[in-house]
Design a protein. Structure first.
Lengths: 214, 320
């Protein structure tokens, strides 16, 4: 009987690897965006982010394969872990999308918004970092994970404030409408990462509330 | 019809009724509902414990059902009528995946044929009343004990767990305990239910051990061939996890085991369904929409089994 097999560890190992890879991808993107704001970005380096997303996809497929091959005891946990993974996968998709968009972005960033843009990137990175921490903590400590979800919410608020401030500054510009439009898109796309991180943290908070009242 | 032919016919009918009881057996439902085991594994376990239970525990209740309920001497046609009408009603309900009490169906048939042949004085109402009290009490106990068992487990264990891994560990332990409890229930349940199938045959000059073994095999076949619908229906009355399934199985297992040992024909189906309802109430969780069908068929079991026995008696009597 498979009930007596320790078949859960493989899933956990893949999940941990997946979270680490997601964080790695986000960090690479963060570093590259910092270079972009200083006009030192080599666009070919953005391929690293795309490659990281690809690695995450491979891990995701491996996870799904193990899940459906070994699916059995404690399915409520299996299902919830799977949902967490799928939600976090959106972070990878969004970072990849941003990297691809940045590859095609034909301008330099406006000098007067550089600092605010860097701040927005920092907030986004922090939300992703906190989210990965939260997803790790939910395995062993509900209270700390619960507290983390509020950290993510607070950081996302800062990101939102920075986003609208940036947009306000960008829309003041009257020359080069294409540059204005594409720069506003860049701001929106990178903010989306923080926004989605908060959505996932809300989901995690829901799980933390649900479990003790099962 | 010669005596040996009658004995063979009785044994065939007993095999059929055992099959029908097995088809309506929902003991493994909580293992299915909590997805602790796959259906294939569930069926293997069910077969093993059905055979063991029928053979080892089946003799005790048989005597109560077979000898104490009717005041007049039991003829062959009466025995056949009771067995066939019970089997028909069991098979009908199993086809719809609805769990009914085999004991209720059997007693309903006995009352029907008893009233037909002996009038009000033909039936041992005192024993029926005594049994009736247990039938009312057992689901009630199942409901109450499960309600409080869940609250206790939740407060003392589940509420104190933090993190998925702790849940996983706790639920895994519950899975193992649940398996033991279910196997115990299946064992005592097979003893209780198979006795109904062979109970009236016990009055004839046959080897009861052999009949019980055959009944156990037939019971197991019923579970494997058409019992899945009932297992699935009961297992999905409310959302189950190993810990909650465990809370709902405790009263059923304890009460059934002692009931079987004491020779009290209890309804395992009613107890388990009542336990699951108790669990659902304790968790404030939604229940399956099909529950009303189960309640409806419970109410219908007594009268329908009695009417069936009345209808079947004369054709069988002419045949015999």
């Amino acid at each position: 009987m498979k009930l007596f097999k320790a078949d859960k560890n493989e899933l956990l190992e893949i999940s941990e690897e997946y979270l680490a890879q997601t964080l790695k991808g986000a960090k690479i993107l963060h570093d590259l965006v910092m270079l972009f704001t200083d006009n030192k970005l080599n666009k070919a380096d953005l391929e690293q982010v795309i490659e990281s997303e690809h690695q995450c996809d491979i891990l995701k497929e491996k996870y799904t394969e193990v899940l459906f091959k070994e699916k059995r005891a404690l399915p409520f946990l299996v299902e919830d872990r799977y949902k967490i993974l799928m939600n976090i996968d959106q972070i990878n998709d969004k970072t990849e999308y941003f990297a691809r968009f940045l590859q095609t972005y034909p301008f330099e960033l406006y000098d007067d918004i550089t600092d605010e843009f860097k701040a927005l990137c920092e907030h986004c990175m922090k939300t992703v970092e906190s989210l990965i921490n939260c997803a790790t903590l939910i395995e062993t400590d509900f209270e700390s994970a619960y507290a983390k979800t509020f950290e993510i919410e607070a950081t996302r608020r800062k990101a939102r404030k920075a986003r609208f401030h940036l947009l306000e500054e960008i829309f003041k510009k009257t020359e080069e409408p294409t540059r204005v439009y594409l720069t506003s898109k860049i701001v929106t796309i990178i903010y989306d990462i923080a926004h989605w991180a908060e959505e996932v943290s809300d989901f995690l908070r829901g799980l933390i509330i649900k479990y003790p009242s099962r | 019809m010669s005596l040996s032919t009658i004995v063979i016919v009785f044994i065939i009918i007993s095999v059929l009724i055992s099959f029908a009881i097995g088809a309506n057996d929902e003991t493994m439902a909580t293992i299915y509902g909590s997805r602790t085991l796959k259906m294939r594994e569930i069926l293997i376990l069910a077969v093993i414990f059905a055979i063991l239970g029928a053979f080892i525990l089946g003799g005790s209740v048989s005597e109560t059902v077979g000898k104490d309920l009717l005041f007049f001497s039991i003829g062959n046609s009466v025995v056949l009528t009771i067995l066939i009408s019970t089997a028909i009603w069991l098979i009908i309900s199993s086809i719809f995946g609805l769990p009914i009490s085999t004991t209720h169906a059997t007693i309903g048939s006995i009352i029907g044929v008893g009233l037909l042949l002996g009038g009000g004085g033909g039936v041992n109402w005192l024993t029926i009343l005594e049994m009736g009290l247990w039938w009312l009490l057992s689901p009630l106990i199942g409901f109450i004990v499960t309600y409080f068992a869940y609250k206790l487990i939740h407060k003392s264990i589940i509420n104190k767990l933090s993190g998925f891994r702790n849940y996983e560990k706790a639920e895994r332990i519950f899975s193992y305990i649940l398996l033991v409890v279910i196997c115990w229930t299946a064992f005592s349940r097979a003893g209780n239910d198979c006795s109904n199938a062979v109970g009236i045959v016990a009055g004839l000059d046959v080897n009861l051990d052999l009949i019980l073994l055959i009944a156990g095999l037939s019971f197991a076949s019923g579970i494997v061939i058409i019992g899945r619908g009932v297992i699935k229906n009961v297992g999905t009355i409310t959302e189950l996890h190993p810990s909650t399934a465990f809370a709902s199985e405790i009263p059923t297992a304890i009460i059934l085991f002692f009931g079987t040992l004491l020779g009290i024909p209890l309804s395992g189906s009613h107890m388990l369904v009542a336990s699951l309802v108790g669990l659902s109430k304790a968790r404030r969780a939604p229940m399956s929409k099909g529950l009303w069908k189960i309640l409806m068929i419970w109410l219908l079991t007594f009268p329908v089994a009695a009417i069936l026995s009345v209808i079947l008696y004369f054709p069988i009597d002419i045949f015999i």
